[in-house]
Design a protein around this ligand. Structure first.
Ligand SMILES: [Fe+2]
Ligand SMILES: [Fe+2]
Length: 331
């Protein structure tokens, strides 16, 4: 199998690349427009359907505002697998990750590694292809888990302890990631077919698994989100190292600026990736927390009603450390 052809088969066509006055403000997070801006212009084609939204209006799930310090403080992290359930979840994630990397011709080594074959060098198009496919899959678990808990609550005629809200919000957030990246590229028929197939398989498999063991499923999502943070960290590093020139002068899509409420000076592509990575770190910590809890009786510590009482648990990497502590204690 020729790995390098897979991206072409998925055929995402870069679309609207914007250049904004934001760069004149010299924002700390944003790269300045570069000599490569003309390359960006070459790639511009208008996408004018399917993802237009009105996120300026208040949504039920208005995104909390991240500070610059918060998005820069996000780090990759790994929760050790302590039980056979943890190992099953981690093993499944690693198997899926290996399969995805193999099919898409992705290599996690830095782009400037001398030994890296050209076929493995991640271009802007390859990154967007990867983001679109992964985000289309990432939107499934929260919706499935929320839906099944909703049905269980109705069926058993009792309250859900506040889990549904967080799970559906996570699914919404993942869909916003996808819609944002779709502003930058147009999926071809092969990609649409792959997303369709992956959704059918993943939705069916995850639904069945959640009915059997929701605890393992939340652990699985926690490990999956660890991988997402690693992936976005590598994309950010590639951008910072100058390997993605078409993104250096690129402004985040308007819907992303509104959704994350990105302030002036933090609206470039690097900032967008930092915001998305911060979301993935939150999903990681939330799902590892939910995986530590009794699925039937424990309240959701991230529910709006009790969030204020658990601030110490809800952080980023700090939250993960707390989760490890709790996990060792069996809480
Ligand atoms: Fe995501
Ligand atoms: Fe995520």
């Amino acid at each position: 199998m020729k790995l390098q052809t897979s991206t072409a088969r998925l055929s995402l066509v870069p679309t609207r690349l914007q250049h904004s006055a934001i760069f004149r403000t010299g924002g700390i997070l944003c790269a300045q427009p570069s000599r490569h801006s003309s390359l960006s212009t070459l790639l511009s084609t208008k996408r004018n359907h399917t993802t237009s939204t009105h996120v300026g209006q208040k949504s039920s799930w208005t995104h909390p505002v991240y500070t610059k310090e918060q998005i820069l403080a996000v780090r990759t992290a790994h929760r050790k697998a302590y039980t056979w359930q943890d190992r099953a979840a981690l093993g499944t994630v690693r198997l899926l990750r290996w399969g995805m990397d193999f099919v898409s011709g992705y290599n996690s080594r830095p782009a400037n590694t001398n030994t890296l074959s050209k076929a493995y060098v991640m271009t802007e198009e390859k990154w967007i292809t990867r983001f679109v496919f992964l985000e289309s899959v990432a939107g499934v678990p929260g919706m499935v888990a929320g839906m099944l808990r909703h049905l269980k609550s109705i069926r058993r005629m009792r309250r859900d302890n506040g889990w549904i809200e967080t799970l559906l919000e996570e699914a919404y957030n993942e869909r916003m990631h996808l819609l944002t990246f779709l502003k930058l590229a147009e999926p071809g028929p092969a990609m649409r077919f792959m997303v369709l197939g992956a959704q059918w398989v993943f939705f069916s498999g995850f639904s069945l698994a959640y009915l059997i063991s929701p605890q393992i499923c939340h652990r699985f999502v926690g490990y999956l989100e660890e991988e997402a943070v690693i992936t976005y960290s590598k994309a950010i590093r590639d951008l910072e190292d100058g390997h993605l020139p078409a993104w250096e002068g690129l402004q985040a899509p308007e819907m992303a600026i509104k959704y994350w409420q990105m302030p002036e000076g933090q609206r470039c592509m690097r900032s967008l990736l930092l915001y998305v990575r911060a979301d993935e770190a939150k999903h990681r910590d939330v799902n590892h927390t939910l995986g530590n809890l009794d699925q039937n009786t424990d309240p959701n510590p991230f529910a709006a009603k009790v969030r204020a009482q658990v601030q110490s648990v809800a952080g980023s990497t700090g939250g993960l450390r707390q989760l490890e502590e709790n996990s060792r204690k069996g809480t």
